[in-house]
Design a protein around this ligand. Sequence first.
Ligand code: FMN
Length: 321
Amino acid sequence: MNRFSLSVEMAPMEGITTAVYRRVYRKWFEGIDRTYTPFLVANRTHKFKTREKKEIEVCSPDLVPQILTNQAEHFIWAAHELHKAGFGEINLNAGCPSATVTTKRKGAGMLDDIRALKSFLDEIFSEKEKGDLPEISIKTRVGFSSYLEAEDIADLYAKYPFSRVIVHPRIRDDFYNNVPNTEAFGIFYDRIPHEALVFNGDLKTAEDVRKICDEFPEISGIMIGRGLLADPFLPERICAGADPRGDDFSDREKKILLSFLEELYEDYERELSEATAIIKMKELWNFMAVSFPDNKKQLKAISKSRNGSEYKTAVRNGLRS
Ligand SMILES: Cc1cc2nc3c(=O)[nH]c(=O)nc-3n(C[C@H](O)[C@H](O)[C@H](O)COP(=O)(O)O)c2cc1C
């Protein structure tokens, strides 16, 4: 916790904030209070895939597994499994906007049928009342195709004892376009207990966080995704309540960033393969590139690198202080 006693949380990002990323991130950076796994699919097989099992191999009190399903039975199965494995909270994904997910009425697709969502929540919370389930939190958008849906969704969530309601105030049809709608977040602020409410969306600087906290002073936390990928020091800056002067990383920060990126690449290479490790790092660089507006040449060299040695040289050149 920082001096504002605001919980600073790392957003789940499929393929990016993997167990490997989270472990190496935690080693080099400070300021994150909680992390979430990217979504794990709970379906009728009642088994997680090998890749998903790796996400929950190491159980810690500040790691929350996230589940994608629209079947209460499958969610309850996952909740029991994860409880047995020692997790104290699990999170329901009601925000993923991808068509492959929403056409099956999962992720943000759950918001398109509020009656089905209510039955789902009734069933999982009545199972929870029987005991032996972890706390249940939800990560949600504020509507499917219209902001007018926000009130009904917030009213529905207010009926259940969620340990956390993480609100990304966009609707599904926005994907990541437009700006987060703070008016819609206000609808949740009026209805959801503040100690459970977390804001997520487009927080890229400590100043962005300050503005949200000025408008919604009693929220319990903020969740950051792309802002943290672009500037891994962001949680630290949020805790300190200050952004750096100018846009550039300091020499000390560049050294830490380089060590972080090298260790991350090596861990991926060990766990996957050289080729896949490079793909993963290039995916990450797609998000980091905004932090290097004056390094076009170096960024191009990173994106063109064909093997580990070319990749590492390009990164070292890009971060030379
Ligand atoms: C590549 C990518 C993968 C994502 N994967 C997940 C996921 O697995 N679960 C989830 O709830 N949200 C996922 N999200 C959404 C983020 O958690 C977050 O809500 C979104 O990026 C907005 O926050 P930000 O503006 O701080 O990035 C993903 C977003 C992106 C861009």
